[in-house]
Write a protein that binds this ligand. Structure first.
Ligand SMILES: *[C@@H]1O[C@H](CO)[C@@H](O)[C@H](O)[C@H]1NC(C)=O
Ligand SMILES: *[C@@H]1O[C@H](CO)[C@@H](O)[C@H](O)[C@H]1NC(C)=O
Ligand SMILES: *[C@@H]1O[C@H](CO)[C@@H](O)[C@H](O)[C@H]1NC(C)=O
Ligand SMILES: *[C@@H]1O[C@H](CO)[C@@H](O)[C@H](O)[C@H]1NC(C)=O
Length: 522
């Protein structure tokens, strides 16, 4: 039964007074809290520019990502900071080019002793200063190290659940239901321990059951969102999928269901997971106060041929500094802030997330470190953004060569080009193959990407472009002057002590004994 009129009124008066006092004491904090958006970064792996229906793929299916695109903004000139995984993730989380943080050359392996240096400031650390709950679900790939030194919980994340590197860096027992081993062409790392699933800094499953992995990622992501929403805390969720890296896998519900084979099945499962996260946001009633940003770590792995992704009309793919290596799909949604059905051709990069998110949270930027990102809120609000330059480092940068290419407005100058194994030894375009060795271009190759996104028609030795090339050269020199190369973390020695093992010290290592008790082998 309801309280009697008198006590009801009294408590109403009292609670109004309390509210009034609260509002008077902390008016700024209160309104800031209302405004600070939640942030969900959805990061696909090796998903190319041409892989989504939204970007023109004729047979892919990804209905949830299509809906996300319809409700928000689609980028057509969005760049990952690197054509490969670890450096791309380092730059996303720090807002700094990978060479500054030492995440070069190439990527971390299962036995790497190095990792993202602990003195680098991640987005998670910055957002934490403003009271955000922070979680990463999925692929970390910025080092584990001896004693789990480099795991996300040491980099500003409150919570971690996932496989800490690529799932081809472990023997892959099962890819498809019912217990079908991954294909012979899937190049799994049989010399290392089984893929570990970490929860925070503990291994909870080894080897990972790939068939149920995505559904567990969804479960953990949803739990995190719901918990923060219930507590009224702003949150940052970084959901980094194993999909669509090779070997392709998918749960029972998605196997053999797409019109695009194994890649299509994996993409469908990724898309389902995106849909689940979006509906959790809705159920938790935080959808309107959440910026969702979807993108990919680099271009498609063409060496996996029919089981790899597609760069659409762009040249080459993963591993190269051609457009197919680094221009990736990107979709942003924030109801009421970003117009639905919008599309932008402005330049933006994963590097830009750091300053953008820090500003949205009202957090100061780290002092004394050079950031390479710029705030992209103007672009998201249909205004002019400030990025007109983008710098391309290859898979394995080397201070001796420095930048391979520079984009300035619609132009791109290649100082060096090189093919790469991930762009396929048998690629129909010889420039993409690993046999295309590093080649210096003087004058640089120059393309007008607005007219020629496929980088086919070189303007570099036409007299009318010499002044422009001088301008680009000056910008390159100015930028490179600011770059202090961090000591390479990837070149640090590798050691079996760094390989994740549930029963550390067991024999026979690595394949015979590291498994968790509930382990089974097909
Ligand atoms: C981190 O420490 C290393 C080694 O002392 C140093 O070279 C680097 O500049 C530091 N990085 C940052 C971002 O402070
Ligand atoms: C790892 O932890 C062990 C036990 O605490 C310690 O003896 C060892 O020095 C640590 N190694 C590194 C590289 O931190
Ligand atoms: C998927 O298709 C393959 C090849 O046709 C078949 O061997 C396998 O049994 C199918 N799996 C399921 C779950 O339908
Ligand atoms: C134009 O540049 C390309 C690549 O730098 C070079 O191979 C070619 O010989 C040049 N052509 C002329 C006419 O200079």
């Amino acid at each position: 039964m309801a309280a009697t009129g008198k006590t009801g009124n009294l408590s109403l008066v009292l609670s109004s007074l309390v509210l009034l006092v609260l509002l008077m004491i902390t008016p700024l904090t209160w309104s800031q809290m209302q405004k600070r958006p939640n942030i969900v970064v959805l990061f696909a792996d090796d998903l190319g520019y041409g892989d989504l229906p939204t970007y023109g793929h004729p047979t892919s299916s990804a209905p949830h990502l299509e809906r996300l695109a319809q409700e928000g903004m689609v980028f057509t000139q969005f760049y990952s900071s690197s054509p490969v995984c670890s450096p791309s993730r380092a730059a996303l989380l720090t807002g700094r080019y990978q060479v500054r943080s030492g995440v070069w050359p190439g990527v971390f392996w299962a036995d790497s002793t190095g990792g993202l240096p602990l003195n680098e400031t991640t987005i998670a650390e910055v957002l934490k200063t403003q009271g955000y709950d922070t979680a990463i679900i999925g692929k970390w790939h910025l080092g584990v190290g001896v004693n789990q030194t480099y795991l996300p919980t040491n980099h500003g994340f409150d919570y971690y659940y996932g496989v800490p590197y690529s799932h081809d860096m472990c023997p892959c027992p099962v890819c498809f239901w019912p217990n079908v081993p991954c294909g012979l062409n899937d190049n799994c790392g049989s010399q290392w321990t089984g893929c570990p699933v970490y929860e925070n800094d503990r291994i909870v499953e080894q080897p990972a059951d790939l068939l149920t992995l995505s559904s567990r990622y969804v479960k953990q992501a949803s739990r995190f969102i719901q918990t923060s929403a219930d507590r009224g805390n702003p949150f940052f969720l970084y959901l980094a999928f194993q999909h669509t890296h090779h070997p392709q896998f998918a749960g029972v519900e998605f196997t053999n269901t797409s019109a695009r084979g194994k890649f299509g099945d994996a993409l469908l499962e990724l898309d389902w997971a995106v849909g689940e996260v979006l509906s959790t946001l809705q159920q938790a009633m935080v959808q309107d106060n959440t910026l969702v940003f979807f993108t990919s770590d680099n271009g498609p792995s063409l060496r996996n041929e029919q089981r790899g992704g597609n760069a659409g009309l762009l040249k080459c793919g993963k591993g190269t500094t051609y457009e197919g290596g680094q221009r990736v799909p990107a979709i942003a949604r924030w109801p009421g802030v970003i117009s639905a059905h919008s599309r932008t051709t402005q330049l933006a990069s994963t590097l830009d997330l750091f300053p953008t998110l820090a500003k949205l949270a009202g957090a100061p930027l780290p002092s004394g470190v050079i950031l390479d990102g710029v705030d992209m809120m103007p672009i998201l609000q249909n205004k002019q953004g400030s990025r007109d330059l983008f710098f391309y480092y290859p898979t394995s940068p080397d201070p001796q060569y420095g930048l391979y290419a520079v984009r300035y407005k619609q132009y791109k100058a290649h100082y060096y080009t090189q093919g790469q194994v991930n762009s396929n030894p048998n690629n129909h375009d010889p420039d993409c193959r690993p046999s295309a060795q590093r080649t210096r271009h003087d004058p640089p190759l120059l393309f007008n990407l607005n007219n020629d996104p496929s980088e086919q028609f070189n303007l570099g030795n036409m007299s009318q472009y010499q002044q422009l090339l001088k301008t680009i050269d000056t910008k390159k020199v100015e930028f490179e002057k600011t770059v202090v190369w961090g000591e390479s973390e990837i070149a640090k020695h590798s050691s079996p002590d760094a390989e994740p093992c549930y029963n550390r010290g067991c024999q026979p290592f690595p394949l015979g004994c590291c498994h968790t008790p509930q382990w089974w082998w097909p």
